[in-house]
Design a protein around this ligand. Structure first.
Ligand code: FMN
Length: 279
């Protein structure tokens, strides 16, 4: 195991390790405006949703590691505390990368990167028409994390309006996760695309308590044929097995295969039935 103390690493090394490790990160494509009305558009992957009530997300234009300069997005927000956070899909990824170039102050990246500005309803910065979702935000606070190169500046953005393009909605007017076709940033030049093939569900019981690993039958915990994810599915079930079931120390190969099949089909109750009737 490689163990590193961050106070003995350079900022570049910290960046290298942590941007690979803390990934994938969603991308905020932020449009801002200065006092003269010059529009700026830049991507930020130090970004996430942090509160529902009030609805607040945070993103961080850092001081450049290279030369400790600050980003135009931060400077604009300090003058005009408003922004639009545009959500990035796969169709937009090459253009958002282009918009991240260090163009001189005053450059409109809508024009440079080929995006269409759409008037916002509440705030001054325009929305990106191509973005599947556009969030009009009022900046509540900017928290400066330091003055050295690489220091982050947390922009706390209160989401006031949510615009969603019809084509990513399902029949109930909810967002269809597959249709959204999101992209995320990882380490170095890596990105991830969220497609139907790599999406999966993990059932989250909100009201019921999972029994826990400590209540699984001995033979389930010991089984090398079941993965930890499969054991986790069984431990997430809410009905405690009888003590004679908990004590089963050995399951036959065919029984384990039946359990695996049921779990693969998300049929946890059936998997438990197979365990119970295997006595
Ligand atoms: C996908 C992507 C994500 C990025 N995330 C960040 C980030 O979280 N923080 C940051 O300071 N820069 C980030 N950058 C770099 C900025 O986009 C880049 O420095 C940009 O020029 C800043 O523009 P501005 O000076 O006009 O605000 C990212 C670039 C890309 C392509």
């Amino acid at each position: 195991m490689l163990t590193l103390s961050t106070d003995q690493l350079s900022t570049q090394e910290i960046q290298q390790y942590l941007q690979y490790a803390i990934a994938p990160r969603p991308i905020c494509f932020a449009s801002t405006i200065d006092l003269e009305g010059n529009v700026n558009l830049s991507p930020f992957s130090f970004f996430n949703l942090f509160s529902m009530n009030p609805p607040v997300c945070i993103f961080s234009p850092s001081r450049r590691v290279r030369d400790n300069t600050t980003k135009h997005t931060l400077e604009n927000i300090k003058m005009v505390p408003e922004c639009v956070i545009n959500i990035v899909n796969y169709e937009m990824v090459q253009q958002i990368s282009l918009a991240s170039c260090d163009y001189p102050k005053g450059t409109n990246e809508f024009i440079k990167a080929g995006f269409t500005p759409l008037d916002s309803e509440l705030v001054k910065p325009p929305r990106v028409a191509e973005a599947p979702i556009q969030l009009e935000c009022i900046v509540q606070e900017v928290i400066t994390l330091g003055e050295n190169a690489g220091a982050g500046n947390l922009i706390l953005a209160l989401i006031k309006k949510i615009h969603i393009r019809e084509e990513v909605l399902d029949v109930h007017k909810n967002i269809d996760q597959v249709k959204l076709d999101l992209v995320a940033r990882l380490g170095g030049d890596w990105y991830a695309r969220i497609t139907e093939e790599n999406l999966f569900k993990v059932e989250k019981p909100n009201t019921k308590l999972g029994i826990g690993f400590d209540q699984l039958p001995v033979g389930i915990i010991a089984s090398e044929l079941l993965s930890n994810n499969e054991k986790g599915q069984l431990a997430n079930y809410n009905i405690l097995p009888e003590s004679n079931v908990q004590q089963i120390s050995n399951f036959s190969g065919p029984t384990i295969l039946k359990i695996k099949l049921a779990l693969a089909n998300q049929e946890t109750a059936l998997a438990w039935e197979i365990i119970r009737t295997s006595i």
